[in-house]
Design a protein around this ligand. Sequence first.
Ligand code: ATP
Ligand code: MG
Length: 350
Amino acid sequence: MAPLLEVNDLHVEFKSRRRTVYAVNGVNFSIGEGETVGMVGETGCGKSATIRAIIGLLRPPGRIASGSIRLDGEDLTGLDARRLRRIRGAGIGFVPQNPFGALNPVLRIERQFRNVVRAHRRAGRGRIREDALEMLNGVGIADPERILGGYAHELSGGMAQRVVIALAMVLDPPLVVADEPTTGLDLTIQRQILDLIGKMATTRGSSMLLVTHDIGVVAQYCSRLLVMYAGRVVEAGPTNIVLRKPAHPYTEALLSAVPRRGRRLIAAAGAVPTLLSRPVGCYYYDRCRYRGDSRCATETPDLKEVSPGHWAAVFYRKPTMSAQEQAPEKATTQAQAQEDRDGDDAPGTD
Ligand SMILES: Nc1ncnc2c1ncn2[C@@H]1O[C@H](COP(=O)(O)OP(=O)(O)OP(=O)(O)O)[C@@H](O)[C@H]1O
Ligand SMILES: [Mg+2]
């Protein structure tokens, strides 16, 4: 069966007269029906650019330079604005970073539910009101009647985000996409909102793509994890496997930068390259502790399956843990790391 969402060789550029930023450089992934997928990576690695391309909200100077985005087999990249609006809402529910940007300040919340529903199907006021009350209940709003009669500016950030989640899900879209939906909220509220999105997707059986820095939420609600670096997916696989046995050195660095008790990913050492040109060779070359021969400097590795369902964009496998444990002082030198790799995974075998 074809996946629900299929992103194929997606390239996104921000092109102005002065410069071009190559923000997304050949992203590939798919999401199956009912699957919940997390997306992580440092700031500037192209998560939002990818998300906005998927939901058709990339604004100039951003544009999809090439690639395809298929929802249920239909390529969204060539669609006009009207058709895209229809898909957003009924096909894809979107929860943005800032809920107030998604709510209309001059319309009562009830009217906004009506607008969303009626953009996609004919429905009477009473029916829409019932659905809205049920949705608001579902997102944990205790007095949904009062909220329906009010305006966005009367809501706290956390409440506004709950309303936006209810609006994004009222049409029961098969896919829910959320881009760091808790930025700017109190820490405890952040957790509640992320829990809520995870739970809503799970209980309603929708697929989910969630961009977050919260590794606890990823572990709890995302069956699969995508790790992005410099506009590419460098690792993808079952969440528990990627978290326990990362196959890409970047994922390893990212995870080791998580404070022992903390849940949030922070930046690993170094920086995502400024993508004013596409790097030659592996995009992670400069920061890689396992980089090897000239191949790493001259070719860009594509994702390859390192174990069933687990993919990593590497030419070589990093030294195994046991090799490191057996000879820690040696394995830390690059030459030894290279030797270990050569022994375990010959170059040029993908
Ligand atoms: N409007 C724009 N004009 C020019 N460059 C842009 C624009 N928007 C984003 N970019 C660039 O595109 C790259 C990817 O940005 P993007 O917002 O997708 O990163 P991100 O992974 O979502 O980061 P964050 O975690 O901070 O949200 C960055 O280098 C960024 O500077
Ligand atoms: Mg972003």
